[in-house]
Design a protein around this ligand. Sequence first.
Ligand code: GDP
Ligand code: MN
Length: 376
Amino acid sequence: MKLHEHQARKLLSEFSIPVPRGIVASSVDEAISAFHELGGPVVVKAQVLSGGRGKAGGVVLANNEAAVESAAKNILRLEIGGYSVKRLLITDACEISKEIYLSALIDRNAGAIAVMASSKGGMDIEEVALQSPELIMRRHVDYATGLPQFMARELGFELGLDWDQVKEFQSIASNLVELLKQVDASLVEINPLIVDGEGHCRAIDAKIDLDDNAMGRHPELENLRNPEEYTREEIEARNAGISYIKLDGNIGCMVNGAGLAMALLDVIKGEGGEPANFLDVGGGADSVQVRTAMNIILSDPTVRVILINIFGGITRCDEVANGVIEALGSISKDVDLVVRLVGTNEDEGLSLLKTAGISAHSSMVEAVKQAVELAS
Ligand code: GDP
Ligand code: MN
């Protein structure tokens, strides 16, 4: 789950990392009043879930009302990284004497947190990473202990900071690692971390990616979720408690249980077919969830066959059958349906399907073979 800069900045401040003041605006008028409220030169910044805003013209310095007006107008018309700009951040402009790159991320291979820093921070950090990776320092940090003081100071001196700045940097870097741990982020990045006109370190851009699988531990962060990160189907699925991932093929799959769903994808591939999605309605799905799942699959225009593979344990086959029949009743689309239905209340489920004119397989492989044939 990706956060906007203004959301990420707020988390940085909560972890005592100095960040310039900022106000979110969704119109030119709001941008102008934010400028007056801040009362000095500002930067008008596009808030999109994408980097490279500076290069795309989405970050503009403005010293007066007219400049703010024209910057806001222009930026609200931009599309950056596939996102149209809907909101702006109006923030105090800083004098910059140095731009540093600083980030912390979960390094799965190392089983540790990786902290990265470079004195070549700013908009060209991707090129630096490609062309001269040696200019980016990398340290592994034990998850339990966090960033040791000596390591932070060493990085600070390597960055060319003076003693007072090293102390500020050390506090920022260790708080950044603490933030990563506390919110279960997979990445926290400050680029640039600047040395300002008075020689102080401050974060003027921030990027945070939260680990979706840890969101259950952070109900307080759920309201930071941004709908534009997801397709309509993904949102619908999440709200219904369904795991849904879009794939490239034409066989739409509905399965109960992630393991069975994975097995089904393997068998489809093994039989020469291509799955259109991974979809797990979950254990104990009721007819409403099944209907929602069916609608999500049916809204995918590439789907030619729907393959339902249910092994009812907690899930009851009659609930599944009802959901399927309800969903089919409301569509007029030309798709074939292949069902494999076994387990709890199987007889009830099969007779419901039969009444509706749908036959079912008891073997997964047989069902897949038929689906592949119909799809090709
Ligand atoms: P990004 O391009 O999406 O990473 O957006 P940033 O927020 O990092 O801004 C891009 C660049 O704009 C920075 O690297 C700075 O060079 C410049 N910039 C941003 N804020 C300020 C500011 O307050 N003062 C000055 N002088 N430049 C700024
Ligand atoms: Mn940046």
